[in-house]
Structures are given as C-alpha cells and as structure tokens.
Design a protein around this ligand. Structure first.
Ligand SMILES: NC(=O)c1ccc[n+]([C@@H]2O[C@H](COP(=O)([O-])OP(=O)(O)OC[C@H]3O[C@@H](n4cnc5c(N)ncnc54)[C@H](OP(=O)(O)O)[C@@H]3O)[C@@H](O)[C@H]2O)c1
Length: 272
C-alpha cells in the first residue's frame, strides 16, 4: 500500500484529494492530510473520509508520496522544517509554481517532482504539467503519470518551459473565461440584451465548442473553417480577432513572465 500525504488543503490540495479518492487512485484510508488552519482539513475529511494529522511532520513521516500544496513562498519553510523526515526513500510532488526542482532538492532530500495541475481536473479535463527531477525513478514516473492521468492529461515537460505552458494550461481557464465575458459584455453594449442572457449564450457555445474539439478531434483551424466561410460574416469577425488578439496575448505573457520573475526573486530572498 502507498500512503499519500497532503500538506495544504486549500483550493488545489483539496481538489487533488477529492479527485484521487473519486478516481480510485487512492483509497481514503491511504491519504493523510494536514492544513495550517484546521477547518479546511476537517471539512475535506468530512467530504472524503481521509485522515487528518495533527502536524505536517506527522503527514511526512507516514507518507511514501508527499503532495505539497502550499503557496510558493511557503514551500521553503515547510520543507526545511521536515528536512530530517524527507529522505530519498520518499517522493515529493510539489504543485507550487515558481519553486524549481533545484529549490526542492536544496530544501529536501526526497526524490522530487513538480506538477502544475489545472482546476479543470475537477471535471476530469485539462492538462497537468509534470517535470521530473533527476532522482525520480521509472516507478515514480509511472505513479505520478497515472495519478494525474486519472483526472487530466498529464504532459511531461522540460522545466525551462514551465511558465509559458502554465499560462496555456493552469491560468488559461481564467483567461478563457475573461475573454468570453468580454464577448458577452460587448453584445450587451451593442444591443441592450440582458447580461445574464448574453453570458448564457456564450457559455453554452463555449461548452459546445469544447465538445466539438474533443469529439471530432478537430483542431482550432478546423472549427474556424467549418463556421467562417471565405468572404462571410463570421470570417470578418475572425479577421478582427486576428488583428487585435496577438497584442493582448503577447502582453499577457510579458506580464505573467514578469510576475514569475518577481516571485522567484522573492523565493531567493527567503534564503538558499
Ligand atoms: N489554484 C490553482 O489553480 C493552482 C494551479 C496550479 C498550481 N497551484 C499551486 O498550488 C499551490 C496552492 O495554491 P492554492 O490555490 O490551493 O492556494 P490556497 O487555496 O491558499 O491553499 C494553500 C493552503 O496551504 C495551507 N498552508 C499554508 N502554509 C501551510 C503550512 N505550513 N502547513 C500546512 N498548510 C499550510 C493554507 O492554509 P490556511 O488555511 O491556513 O491559509 C492553505 O489552505 C500554490 O503553490 C500554487 O502555485 C495552484
């Protein structure tokens, strides 16, 4: 039996625990969790039946695989506190953005993996980015890819590309929702239709488009070609997007990159 420990049961940690239990990747009795504020952990235990430990150390001591789901600036403190416990016989899976594999191996002796999940795993979709440290074994790879494969499409990546890929996967649900919100708002400004009606129309269309992409294996260009005939009204709209959107997305990536650099600098300031 593999025991999974989870430290930090906020938004991401609790979603991962729920999905692990729901998909049968781990039985509730195989998961032990701890959160700094007790209520969140107790709520999760009530929902899923997982065990709650009195401290992060208790979780680490019992775990074969430790999922670390605290915020990036909190990772170093947690790992240094557990330094004696996180030995090479344990697997550490950190979901924190901006905490590198080098950071993880400087702060703990456990075999290290970085995973960047997406909230879309909640409905069994989207991508989990995975970067393995040098000490991860073939069976670690199998375990991690199977764990995240049960709730998403896991994609193994080179760590150097993690930030831009995080924008495309983990941040993207918010970007896509914000874009669609603007589309609906423009229709409201133009016509005076009720905002709730505009949002519903766009939301249903977004879900339908995702279904079309998934069901037919069509790529974006294929969907565009099916709707936007040359010289037609839809094609005109596509052309407008192709003029305006590149600047928006370039700016998103410039700004998100700058933010990653800032967080990494803050992490460096906390010590080696
Ligand atoms: N949310 C996403 O979509 C997403 C996607 C990819 C990666 N991530 C990564 O996931 C990590 C967690 O993000 P989140 O959105 O889940 O944040 P969150 O909701 O704030 O969860 C973090 C949790 O960690 C707990 N915590 C903090 N220090 C702790 C400690 N020393 N021991 C035990 N628990 C501790 C916090 O407890 P309190 O209740 O006391 O604050 C909180 O419940 C981040 O590193 C983020 O980069 C998130």
């Amino acid at each position: 039996m593999t025991t999974f420990g989870v430290i930090g049961t906020g938004s991401m940690g609790s979603m991962l625990v729920r999905k692990m239990v729901e998909t049968g990747q781990a039985g509730a009795h195989e998961i032990i969790a701890y959160n700094r504020s007790a209520e969140k952990a107790l709520r999760l235990a009530g929902e899923t039946g997982v065990r709650i430990a009195p401290s992060a150390r208790d979780v680490a001591e019992e775990s074969d695989v430790l999922l670390l789901c605290v915020r990036p600036l909190e990772v170093r403190g947690v790992l240094l506190d557990l330094r004696g416990v996180l030995t090479p016989d344990r697997l550490l899976v950190s979901v924190a953005s901006d905490v590198t594999l080098n950071n993880l191996s400087a702060w703990s002796k456990a075999r290290a993996v970085r995973a960047i999940p997406s909230i879309t795993s909640e409905c069994g979709g989207g991508v989990t980015l995975v970067a393995f440290g040098d000490t991860a074994s073939a069976s670690d790879r199998h375990l991690v890819l199977s764990l995240f494969g049960a709730m998403s499409s896991p994609v193994e990546i080179a760590e150097e590309h993690v930030e831009v890929m995080t924008a495309l996967t983990s941040c993207a649900p918010a970007f896509i929702a914000a874009l669609m919100q603007e589309f609906a708002a423009a229709a409201v400004r133009r016509s005076g239709i009720a905002p709730a009606v505009a949002e519903r129309l766009v939301r249903e269309t977004l879900t339908g488009t995702a279904g079309l992409l998934a069901a037919s294996g069509t790529d974006f260009e294929g969907v565009i070609a099916r709707v936007a005939t040359e010289g037609g009204i839809t094609r005109m709209g596509v052309d407008v997007i192709r003029q305006g959107a590149p600047g928006v997305f370039d700016e998103i990536l410039v700004k998100t990159d700058a933010r990653h650099d800032l967080v990494k600098a803050k992490i460096r300031e906390t010590g080696p």
